[in-house]
Structures are given as C-alpha cells and as structure tokens.
Write a protein that binds this ligand. Structure first.
Ligand code: ARG
Length: 456
C-alpha cells in the first residue's frame, strides 16, 4: 500500500514503480529518518496534537525498529517507495494502527530534507576529521623535508629552488581553506526545515523550536516554501567537495610526474602502486591517477545537482528526489580519496639526491645571480639581461652557473667578484628566501606551526 494511494486507482505501472522508487539510494537515511520522526512525535505529544500514551507508543516502536535494524533482525524492504514509506509501514507492523498517527502535521517534503540535513551534517563532520588527518600528514612529511631542496617550477619549467616541505605546505594551505569552507557551510546545513510540512505550514499548533532543539539544529528555516524547496546546502557542499577534489587532483598529478623516470623525485610505496600485466618493470601510480580522475566525478556530481535545481519552480518537485545519489557519491568519493592520498603521502619515499641534482639542471639560481648584481648597485633590468647572457653561455658550454669562470663573469660586468659563487649556492638561494611564505627553513617551520595550530 502506498502512503498516497487513497485517491489513485490501482497499482503503478511496473516500470513506473521501479522508476519512482528511491529506496536503494535513500536507505542510507534510515537512522536520520527515525531520529527526525522521534523528535516530531515528541513534539506532537508536547503540543497535545496526539495523546501522550499514543506518542509514547510510537516513539517506542521507532526505537524498537532502530534496534532491530542494528541487530540485523529487520531488513529494509527494497520494494518500498522510499525510506520514509518503509519506516512508516514497519512502524504500523510493529505497533499497529496507532502508528498511522506519526505523520500528523508533517509531509515527506519537510521530512526528507530534514533527514538529508541531519545526514550531511554528520558527514561534513566526518569529512572534516579525515581532512584534518590528511593535513597533519602533510605537515609531518613536510617537517622531515625542510632541507630537501628541489626545483620549483612555473610552466613546468625549472624556475627557482625551494624545498619539498615548502611544496607540500602549499597543499596544506589549500586544505586549510577547504576545512574553513566546510566549517562555514555547516551552519547553513544545520537549519531546521521540519514543520514546513508540504509547503504552507500547518493549522496544527506545532512547535518548530522544539523539534529544532531536539535535533540539534542551530536555527530554523523561516519560510516554509524555502524550507522544503531549498537545496542550496547541497550545491554548496558539492562545490566545496569539488574544490577539495581539485586540490587532490593537482597533488596527484605532481606525484605522477615526480615518480616518473626522468624525475625520480619520489617513489610511491608499493601499497599504493600496481604493476603491469605485460611489462615486468612497471610500477604504476594508479591510486594517484584514480584520485586525479575522481575529481571529474565530483565535478560531474556537482554539475548534476546544479542542473537539477536550475529553473525548478517552488515548492517541491520530484526532480529533487535526484539530489541524493550524487551528493552521497561525492561524500564517499572525497572520503576515500583523502584517505588514500594521506596514506600515499605518509609512505612516500623522497629521493633527496635526485631532487638536488635536478636543481643543477635548470639554472634555478639565475634570479639570485641577477639579485647579486642588484645588491652591488646594478638596476634589476640590466642585471636580468646580464644574467640571461651568462645562462646562455652556460647552455652553450655545458656549464652550470657555478662552473663558469670568474673572468667570464667579469667580461659581463665588473661588479662580479669571487663571492659570486657562494651567493649562487643553491642551499643559500633557498635559505635566503626568508620572506613571509617563502621556502627558507625557518619560514617553512613557521608555516607548519601555523597549520598545526589551526588544526587544534
Ligand atoms: N522520496 C522523496 C524524495 O526523496 C520523498 C519526498 C516525496 N514527496 C512527494 N511530494 N512526493 O524526494
């Protein structure tokens, strides 16, 4: 029997029945639904909309159902229309006719979005904790690599030397903002739509403050039409999860590049690698590649939510039933992606020699060469040209800047002296970059402390 079958004749077409059912997706709201219903019935009791002993019976029935589900003594009937229908019919089976009073002064329209808000509120909490763990690992590995010098790139062309710690901390800063975004959207998820009923509230003397308090909502949605129609909390969460996904995909891409043969900067642990069925020598960064591609799914899910809502008239339309599959998928996807990435980073082998060696290749200290001249009184533009000519000389003669003879330097400018060699020493180049945000050891230490403090 359908909840709504009173006026309609006969059964749904068998394809329509299957098409209409959402229980395979919304069954994960089962405990949120029970929680919401208990709060609702407590309110019905308090406001004397239903009799106290009847309310007590319903609440007890809901608790029994919850326990039976937890104990595996009751299974969710996947032929039900949705989780709300299932719980209501399970309740009526459990306690009889009185169960039919549960849905007084409520609609599935306010019920479903209440459930979803309760559910996502918890999931945001879970994602936040997983994100924090990942950020701690970034800090941990950064802390071990404050002196691991590597080339920094722009356009994927060697640019200036920095450290592996500095590079990782860039991702930690992104993650910190992601965390802030999650924290911030919590308050918009955590607002109670319960009591909005179908769309226009109710003539029963309900107490929306009571149910909001019972369910731990921070605020109450102030317009019943908005309360049942709003899904911007989903759009917002989808957006934030997509941003996290994008950040993870960029780090994945770097891991893939760094672990490739011309680089050999890092080696991804075997626990996070796969082999080839034909090429015996292969170790492939599959997990990094998957995380990179999962970001596409997150963006796809986000897009689906946006397009689903676009142009929908108020209030509820069945289109909204489709809000769940994609947000649940995004929640699952981001959690596992963060966990895999955290494990990968924690177990990463860092090849310090290779990173340092790569610094010799790209004339990473050319800026420092120009800065040397500026410090001796040259203007930056001319210093830049002089340094560029010396780089060109180096390329043509297969020499790094520190291998070029002093008289060649002097031919370019009389400002050059013996001290040039220590000034363009790679280590010095990194550690002199003490400006706020830079790669100098002390400065990266400060950045690590900054993130760890925010995490506590
Ligand atoms: N399964 C539905 C959903 O997820 C519940 C709300 C149904 N409301 C309605 N008016 N048909 O959206």
């Amino acid at each position: 029997m359908k909840l709504w079958s009173g006026m309609l004749s006969g059964d749904l077409d068998k394809f329509a029945e299957e098409f209409n059912s959402s229980i395979k997706i919304d069954q994960r709201l089962v405990f949120d639904d029970i929680k919401g219903s208990i709060a609702h019935v407590k309110m019905l009791k308090k406001t004397q909309i239903i009799e106290a002993d009847q309310a007590d019976k319903i609440i007890m029935g809901l608790q029994i159902i919850k326990q039976k589900l937890l104990d595996g003594k009751l299974e969710i009937d996947l032929s039900s229309e949705d989780i709300h229908s299932f719980i209501e019919s399970a309740l009526i089976k459990e306690i009889g006719e009185v169960g039919k009073k549960m849905h007084t002064a409520r609609s599935r329209n306010d019920q479903v979005t209440t459930d979803l808000r309760l559910h996502l509120r918890d999931e945001v909490e879970n994602i936040g904790s997983i994100l924090k763990e990942y950020l701690k690992i970034l800090c941990e590995v950064a802390d071990k690599n404050k002196e691991t010098i590597m080339p920094g790139y722009t356009h994927l062309q060697a640019a200036q030397p920095l450290t592996f710690a500095h590079h990782l901390m860039a991702y930690a800063m992104m993650g910190l903002r992601d965390l802030e975004r999650l924290e911030d959207l919590k308050k918009r998820i955590n607002s109670s739509p319960l009591g909005a009923c179908a769309l226009a509230g109710t003539t029963y003397p309900i107490d929306r403050e009571f149910t909001a308090r019972e369910l731990g909502f921070e605020s109450i949605m102030q317009n019943s039409m908005d309360a049942v129609s709003d899904r911007d909390y989903i759009l917002e969460l989808q957006s934030v999860l997509s941003i996290i996904g994008i950040h993870l995909s960029r780090l994945s891409e770097e891991l893939i590049i760094w672990s490739s043969q011309p680089y050999h900067f890092v080696s991804i642990d075997d626990k996070f690698s796969t082999g080839s069925s034909i090429m015996p020598q292969k170790k492939n960064p599959d997990m990094a590649e998957l995380i990179r591609s999962k970001s596409a799914k997150l963006i796809g899910n986000m897009n689906q939510s946006f397009v689903m809502l676009k142009g929908l008239p108020l209030a509820y339309s069945k289109d909204m039933q489709e809000d769940k599959e994609s947000i649940f998928d995004s929640v699952d996807t981001i959690k596992i992606s963060l966990q895999v990435m955290a494990g990968q980073i924690k177990s990463l082998k860092v090849n310090k020699e290779k990173m340092l060696e790569a610094c010799k290749d790209g004339f990473l200290n050319a800026t420092d060469l120009a800065d040397y001249l500026v410090n001796k009184g040259e203007n930056f533009r001319d210093a830049h040209h002089i340094s560029a000519r010396l780089v060109k000389y180096g390329i043509e003669n297969n020499k790094t800047l520190d291998e070029i003879d002093l008289d060649i330097y002097k031919d370019e400018s009389d400002l050059f002296d013996e001290d040039i060699y220590q000034e363009i020493d790679i280590k010095k180049c990194v550690n002199e970059r003490k400006s706020l945000g830079g790669p100098a050891k002390k400065e990266v230490e400060r950045q690590i402390a900054f993130v760890l403090e925010k995490l506590n």
